[in-house]
Design a protein. Structure first.
Lengths: 114, 111
């Protein structure tokens, strides 16, 4: 079975630009979460979506937005990029109804802002 | 608020040494606890988990016990291998299914 897939794997943008990152969850998983991992730090929660509705939002500015589609795939959008947005963006899918309910991560999209 | 504090790294050990990585947490309610591992250039992989107090999670020789009285979930392995070199993250799942991660502990095992 395919795991969580993310695209693109690497991208370079300049300050002020916009970026869209994409994620496909594991088949059957209805929840997708986005995390930002700055070099040397643990992942920080950005958004969680379940059944196409936003269920949680971390402490990130309004430049960050996301959505989930009917097939449960998701996009993360970041506007007006800043140098500090350079990070590994991780998508995770889960089945919250299951005991344990761990996150399954993709390999991430590494964003560099110049 | 909910949070995880884990031992600062980096940690360097010789092969077959004993490993302990400390993790403590702060949470309302009764969170589930996890250890994730991240190999260079990869995403996070679940290593083990525990969903209630006194549960012991184990996988690939690693173990961690959910201690409610000390709010801890320390990771241990009796004999590390070079292939265990990675970054290890302690995490909790809070109410609402939001996860909180520690800052990570880098482990290097030398032959």
């Amino acid at each position: 079975d395919a795991g969580v897939t993310q695209s693109p794997t690497h991208l370079i943008k300049t300050r002020g630009q916009h970026v869209t990152l994409r994620c496909s969850p594991i088949s059957g998983h209805k929840s997708v979460s986005w995390y930002q991992q700055v070099l040397g730090q643990g992942p920080q929660f950005i958004f969680q979506y379940y059944e196409k509705e936003e269920r949680g939002r971390g402490n990130f500015p309004d430049r960050f937005s996301a959505r989930q589609f009917p097939n449960y795939s998701s996009e993360l959008n970041v506007n007006a990029l800043l140098l500090g947005d350079s990070a590994l963006y991780l998508c995770a899918s889960s089945n919250p109804g299951l005991a344990g309910g761990e996150l399954f991560f993709g390999e991430g999209s590494r964003l560099t802002v110049l | 608020g909910d949070s995880v504090t884990q031992m600062e790294g980096p940690v360097t050990l010789s092969e077959e040494a004993f490993l302990t990585i400390n993790c403590t947490y702060t949470a309302t309610g009764y969170p589930s606890l996890f250890w994730y591992v991240q190999y260079p250039g990869e995403g996070l992989q679940l290593l083990l988990k525990a969903t209630k107090a006194d549960d012991k999670g184990s996988n690939k020789g690693f173990e961690a016990t959910y201690r409610k009285e000390t709010t801890s979930f320390h990771l241990e392995k009796g004999s590390v291998q070079v292939s265990d070199s990675a970054v290890y993250f302690c995490a909790l799942r809070a109410a609402g299914n939001q996860f909180y991660f520690g800052t990570g502990t880098s482990l290097t095992v030398i032959p």
